[in-house]
Design a protein around this ligand. Structure first.
Ligand code: ZN
Length: 157
């Protein structure tokens, strides 16, 4: 029950990026009630309460969303290689880089968190297209067919 300053500071960083309350609770241990109150104070409305899709495959139904997912995975992969930060700080850094690549970025923080967890557990894997060199996220689509999002070549690990 005695959360540290670091946990509150992390909770605030996650609230600013509009992470799901369930994710902030998992990462900080701070009670969902306290987090919901803080969210209301920050945004003047209640946080969304629908169930979170806890799988990358649930996020890649369209080609557009698959490309977005792959782009975030690429950012996360780079940060993960270069940074000594904690796992959640790496997700925050990668999400900020991803968000800054274009103003029309589609994935929210909670989706990014799910993708990063799937990369960490190796249930999805980032590879490169042997034809054009673009990043491809393997095992990330329900169709089970891994195609390069750019040149459409079939890609295997
Ligand atoms: Zn390609």
């Amino acid at each position: 029950m005695f959360e540290t300053f670091q946990e509150y500071s992390l909770a605030l960083e996650l609230l600013r990026r509009r992470a799901r309350i369930s994710i902030i609770h998992r990462e900080t241990g701070i009670s969902k009630e306290v987090l919901r109150t803080a969210y209301k104070k920050l945004y003047g409305c209640s946080p969304s309460s629908g169930a979170l899709k806890y799988s990358t495959r649930g996020l890649t139904r369209t080609n557009r969303s698959y490309k977005e997912t792959t782009l975030f995975a690429f950012c996360y992969h780079k940060v993960d290689k270069l940074s000594q930060a904690s796992s959640i700080q790496k997700i925050i850094q990668a999400f900020d880089i991803y968000s800054q690549t274009d103003s029309s970025r589609q994935l929210n923080f909670s989706a990014a968190w799910v993708i990063a967890k799937d990369i960490a557990s190796k249930s999805v894997e980032l590879s490169l297209c042997k034809n054009c060199g673009s990043p491809v996220l393997l095992n990330a689509r329900e169709s089970n067919i891994d195609k390069c999002g750019i040149c459409k070549a079939k890609v295997t690990a």
